[in-house]
Design a protein around this ligand. Structure first.
Ligand code: PLP
Length: 389
């Protein structure tokens, strides 16, 4: 157990046996969900308290005791706490925001199955999460007991039937909610069914569980993932504070079993939108054998403006990484286009322009270099009225 987690457990859950604490189902049963449970641990400010009281419907408050142990109990501005404890700004609606900004509901071919790209689908296997991130892309549906989005075997069967009948689908991204909150048996069943479809080449799981509930990564679970290989795992990582001994153990277990690991991070104002934090996170992930895959511009869900950075911030941060650190540690920075346009990558511009038969580039240090490229058409002429940098 990491020292911080041990100290937390000793203080707030002194009578809980180590075996219970390490049991993912205990962690789920004992999630912090109510104002009283939160106040037992955190000193909440008036804004947080009012926001928690006011909440109803989807995206409830939910934090595993393990993950709460990583948060600051006094400071509302602490990064992990900001991502999980609601504030009043969540109730403000800003221009450009929508309930379903990515138009997922419109692209659902059957309930819980989004088919947006030609050869792959997004399979929403559950609406449940172990912890609820306040900036969640699917804030409209997750954690909404009895809401519009119910997930059942019957619904799974309809999604499986669609995939079976659609031979162009070769890649299934299972997400939710968080699919790793399903029990081993259900996951085994779902992965087994997917793998039996001849044209499905591989399955990916999108999950935050390894970071917020590393206890879930049991030997049994890993056996299930191995059995249905290749299963890739995209884990949602936010901040280097998450990279504890527990998380290291969980990632080791997955990587040792041959599960390829990638990460997804949402760029969040005041949480991880600075170079040192991102670099520490991405390099830390590489050490855990997790390859940073996507850095997302924060989707414009309703009430998320307090988390959103200008798009140029992401580009600027990438520029601070490229060349300055391991290429493997640099994810693609993408904006998921409103209305269902899909993900588009954004990269800093290194091509300065064209000078006759030569392209002029700047490198990561800002120095200019020429590359002979006589027949290409890339690059605007520089010199005559053009701006060299
Ligand atoms: C993100 C996403 C995918 C997977 O996209 P990749 O770029 O292949 O990782 C598939 N379907 C939907 C609807 C998505 O949002």
């Amino acid at each position: 157990m990491s020292p911080q987690v041990r100290a937390f457990k000793r203080r707030f859950f002194p009578d809980v046996q180590r075996a219970e604490w390490d049991d993912w189902r205990w962690q789920l049963r004992n999630r912090l969900r109510s104002l009283a449970q939160l106040e037992r641990i955190f000193t909440l400010d008036e804004d947080e308290r009012a926001a928690i009281r006011r909440h109803e419907g989807a995206l409830p408050v939910g934090i595993t005791p393990y993950y709460a142990a990583l948060m600051d109990r006094e400071d509302p501005a602490e990064p992990l706490r900001r991502t999980h404890i609601p504030v009043g700004a969540e109730y403000l609606s800003s221009p450009g925001e929508a309930e379903d900004p990515l138009g997922e509901d419109a692209h659902m071919v059957v309930p819980g199955l989004v088919h947006r790209y030609p050869d792959r689908v997004l399979f929403l296997a559950t609406a449940f999460c172990s912890t609820y991130c306040r900036y969640c892309t699917r804030s409209r549906m997750v954690g909404d007991v009895g809401g519009d989005h119910r997930f059942s075997y019957r619904q799974w069967e309809r999604a499986l039937a669609y995939i079976e009948a659609t031979p162009t689908v070769r890649d299934v991204l299972v997400s939710g909610g968080d699919p790793l909150t399903l029990g081993d048996d259900r996951l085994d069943w779902l992965l087994g069914r997917l793998k039996r479809i001849r044209h499905v080449e591989f399955v990916r799981l999108g999950t935050k569980v390894p970071m917020v509930l590393p206890q879930r990564i049991t030997r049994g679970l890993v056996r299930v993932l191995r059995r249905h290989r290749p299963v890739w795992l995209s884990l949602h990582a936010t901040h280097p504070k998450e990279l504890t001994r527990e998380v290291e153990e969980a990632c080791n277990r997955l990587a040792d079993a041959g599960v390829p690991l990638g990460s997804q991070t949402v760029l969040l104002k005041g949480v991880n939108d600075d170079l040192v934090t991102l670099k520490t996170l991405f390099c830390g992930l590489l050490r855990l054998r997790v390859r940073p895959y996507y850095l997302f511009q924060c989707d414009p869900i309703r009430g998320s403006a307090h988390f959103r950075t200008p798009v140029e911030k992401g580009i600027e941060l990438l520029e601070g990484l490229r060349g300055h650190t391991t290429g493997y540690a640099i994810p693609h920075f993408v904006v998921d286009l409103p209305g269902g346009g899909g993900k588009v990558p954004l990269v800093p511009e290194y091509l300065v322009g064209r000078d006759g038969d030569e392209l002029v580039f700047r490198n990561f240090e800002g120095r200019l270099f020429r590359y002979h490229d006589p027949r290409g058409r890339l690059g605007r002429p520089i010199g005559a009225g053009g701006e060299p940098c």
